[in-house]
Design a binder for this molecule. Structure first.
Ligand code: BGC
Length: 798
């Protein structure tokens, strides 16, 4: 025990007096290893307070005197470990005793050295084996401090978790449990001290690696879901259906059977021909195993160091006399974000769509924003977040979560000579193809789009300051043409374009119908426009002038290259028009005509969606902006594939990666990439809030908002609320149709102190406009539903 006379405060590097410890056999482990149990006994005199500072290269759970420390899941979380490792601080005053104590920490490979990455992934991306760093700081009444650091006096041995892999799952052998591993061994208990080996003290962390406190809440076990039914598959398998596609794991009780008997828990998002459909998981087993110790009173099991994306779980080997369905529950895990928004309306399917979007975000905001939570990826794909961020901030308070991730985006970008990584943390590092600098529109525009979304939501300029170097470096590095249109993207660079356009071949999602260069350049101009606003906010006058010039020049070249004077675009597609309209790339006349052309295309497609990741967030909004809200509603309410409601009619409880991840006959899309939990297409939730419910943020940080419901289709009510720094803002409306198409509209609005709100409501054939401040407000107007509904698609011949 080291003594020091100091008070406990925030950690700096020099405050870490502990050694980085590992198992002595660690460096010679060829494949995945069992978890490691670390242990230290120590004596403490009466004390006032105790805190544990701890982190790992890998994932850990700590216990003091047999009691779990904290409630984090997969701590210390995932960061770009070659630069930044988060540590946690736990108040353990209540767990520590005056007298003899024992601390135990189980450590497994996690993201650090477990298999992770793209196309099957790699092991040992950030290091060859796990390691632990911890120090327990005990404060006494006389203000002295004693420190119990990890050092050569700690012992280690393998634990019962034989394999802890994020993709393949956890294998727990209860016959190998180590009694009293985190407690003082009671007198008379069998002496097993020979199994413990002294730890190996590793060299200190490289000076380039920062140990940092986390910005936000950790990943936690958030809620419990009970199975809704137990199915018997055609091949005789017992399958539990949880009624919700979720991210987490299974918790089992009443496990009974002979010692050594194995329970196998397999997970899948969907069934195909009534059996688990595991093909979409690719190189990912998603199987947890439990080997019984044979306790006839019943055993319990829940994995600690893995998670799965699933609605269905197949349990093989259940030999207990207790009913399976009564013995299993699902534990939902994600970063513990506060829910910031709510939305409902009179259409049940749209409400289910909104719930699906919420669930999609929860499951994919697990330590970092991921593409999907179930297959062999679960990576921080930057493009997905770039497109979803403006919606994400409306659903959950994810400011700290994304702020943390953006630090790593900038770090990874620096290691790639200023071009951001496709995924952050950069889990493609050892891959010769993916680790190359691969500039890519949208995906790399995350450097600007995500901080901007956070700024708009909170009004916090700090996030723009924090990320300024990242965004300006990207704008410099973005490769432009050498000849002709020199302000636009270098045309020789491969682009992902309107990724997953429904008309793209299933195995080539980048081959959509919209020119990928047009898409890339639209986002470039949007980014340049944001850069002029950002430099203005940061008082960078010279840079602002430069970005303004660049923006104007790029926009002019875009016009010359892609737009006719009458507002037709070279790609006559929904995505091209939607993006150009929303990014304001057209003159007012072109904008109007582009809106009409978009309506034509939408009617021609019978209101089915023709966009992928890039175009989808802008589709309905572009229709609303150009005065075609009823056409937008016709698209929103369409149930044939591709549409937002098609998956809902197929029983979806999350947002799918492909519009047709499941085909109308219930079979699963044969494409390589078929996830049932990808948030990108959920970006429509922003439209639901802003247009259908009518709650719009006008000023960054919500100092000013607008309530302007777009009444339409057969909607008879809608409401939305949002938790802002000033308090809850909410609006709800309902209509009562009286005579023919005459209707009365009732609107209720609640505005917190510090916010002003512009009210815009239909009244007669005109508008009621009013500005209100804090308080509860109610309005009633009479108006006429003088719109075409249902909206007609084009006659077949046109
Ligand atoms: C991911 C996507 C990602 C894309 C880009 C996919 O495998 O799941 O969401 O953006 O690759 O290449």
């Amino acid at each position: 025990m080291t003594s020091a006379k100091s008070t406990i405060r925030k950690r700096d590097k020099q405050d870490w007096l502990c050694d980085r410890v590992a198992a002595p056999w660690g460096t010679n482990t060829p494949g995945p290893d069992a978890e490691w149990l670390f242990r230290k006994e120590f004596e403490v005199r009466p004390f006032a307070q105790a805190r544990l500072f701890i982190t790992a290269q890998g994932v850990y759970e700590a216990e003091i005197n047999g009691h779990r420390v904290g409630d984090h899941f997969m701590a210390p979380g995932w960061t770009s470990y070659d630069r930044r490792i988060q540590y946690q601080t736990y108040d353990v005053t209540a767990q520590l005793l005056s007298g003899p104590n024992c601390i135990g920490v189980r450590v497994a490979e996690g993201w650090f050295c477990g298999r992770i990455g793209f196309e099957g992934g790699h092991r040992n991306i950030w290091g060859p084996h796990p390691a632990l760093m911890a120090q327990l700081e005990i404060c006494f009444e006389d203000n002295t401090v004693a420190i119990i650091p990890t050092d050569s006096t700690w012992a280690v041995q393998k634990g019962p978790i034989q394999l802890a892999e994020i993709y393949n799952g956890e294998k727990y052998d209860a016959t190998r449990e180590v009694p009293y591993w985190s407690t003082i061994v009671p007198e008379g208990a069998a002496d097993v001290s020979h199994a413990w080996q002294p730890v190996y003290c590793m060299p200190p962390l490289s000076e380039h690696v920062e140990l940092t406190a986390a910005f936000g809440e950790p990943v936690r076990r958030i809620e419990i879901i009970q199975p809704t039914q137990q199915l018997l598959s055609p091949t005789g398998k017992s399958i539990l259906d949880f009624g919700q596609n979720l991210v987490g794991y299974l918790r089992l009780r009443n496990i009974k059977g002979s010692r050594g008997h194995k329970l196998i828990l397999s997970h899948a998002e969907v069934l195909e021909r009534e059996e688990l459909c595991i093909r979409p998981l690719r190189q990912c087993d998603a199987v947890d195993e439990y080997i019984l110790k044979g306790d006839q009173a019943g055993e319990r099991y829940e994995p600690r160091f893995t998670f799965h994306g699933f609605q269905y779980a197949q349990i093989d080997g259940w030999t207990s006399d207790c009913k399976l369905i009564d013995s299993v529950e699902a534990v939902v895990c994600h970063t513990d974000m506060k829910e910031a928004g709510s939305f409902t309306c009179s259409d049940k399917l749209i409400n289910q769509l909104y719930q699906n979007i919420r669930w999609g975000m929860k499951g994919n905001f697990l330590s970092v924003p991921t593409d999907c939570p179930q297959r062999d990826e679960r990576l921080g794909w930057s493009g997905d977040l770039a497109l979803f961020a403006p919606t994400a901030v409306l659903l959950f308070d994810c400011y700290d979560f994304l702020k943390n991730w953006l630090v790593d985006v900038w770090y990874d970008q620096q290691t790639l000579d200023g071009v951001p990584a496709m995924v952050t943390p950069n889990a493609t590092l050892p891959d010769p193809v993916w680790c190359r600098r691969k500039p890519c529109a949208i995906w790399h525009d995350v450097t600007i789009l995500a901080p901007w979304a956070l700024y708009e939501e909170t009004g916090k300029v700090e996030i723009l300051e924090q990320q300024y170097e990242s965004m300006s470096t990207w704008m410099q590095k973005l490769p432009r043409n050498k000849e002709c249109c020199t302000h636009l993207w270098d045309t020789s660079i491969f682009q992902l374009g309107d990724w997953l356009d429904p008309d793209a071949p299933p195995d080539a999602p980048w081959k959509g119908k919209t020119d990928a260069q047009l898409v890339a350049n639209s986002f470039l101009i949007h980014s340049l426009e944001l850069m002029t606003r950002i430099t203005h906010l940061l008082h960078k006058d010279e840079e602002k002038a430069e970005f303004e010039k660049e923006f104007e020049a790029a926009k002019k070249e875009f016009q010359e290259e892609y737009v006719t004077s009458n507002g037709r675009l070279v790609s006559d597609s929904q995505a091209a028009y939607a993006i150009a309209i929303c990014f304001n790339l057209l003159t007012p006349t072109q904008q109007e005509r582009a809106g009409n052309r978009l309506v034509y295309l939408v009617r021609k497609s019978n209101f089915r969606i023709g966009t992928g990741f890039a175009g989808t967030p802008f589709l309905c909004e572009a229709l609303a902006l150009t005065g075609h809200i009823q056409v937008a509603y016709a698209m929103l309410l369409e149930k044939n594939c591709p549409s937002w409601l098609y998956p809902v009619t197929m029983g979806a409880t999350t947002v799918w990666e492909r519009w047709d991840s499941m085909l109308p006959d219930g079979s699963i899309n044969a494409g390589e990439m078929t996830s049932f939990n990808h948030y990108a297409f959920g970006s429509i939730a922003k439209f639901l809030y802003e247009r259908l419910a009518g709650l719009q943020r006008l000023e960054p940080g919500w100092t000013k908002c607008r309530v302007a419901p777009c009444i339409g289709a057969e909607f008879s009510e809608a409401s939305a609320s949002h938790e802002t720094a000033m308090g809850l803002v909410s609006c709800s409306w309902n209509t009562t149709d009286s005579d023919g198409n005459k209707s009365r509209l009732g609107v209720r609005v609640r505005i917190p102190p510090g916010m002003t709100c512009e009210i815009v409501l239909p009244e007669g054939s005109g508008e009621l406009r009013k500005t209100v401040g804090a308080g509860g407000w109610a309005f009633e107007t009479a108006f006429v539903r003088d719109y075409e509904w249902p909206v007609r698609s084009l006659p077949p011949k046109s």
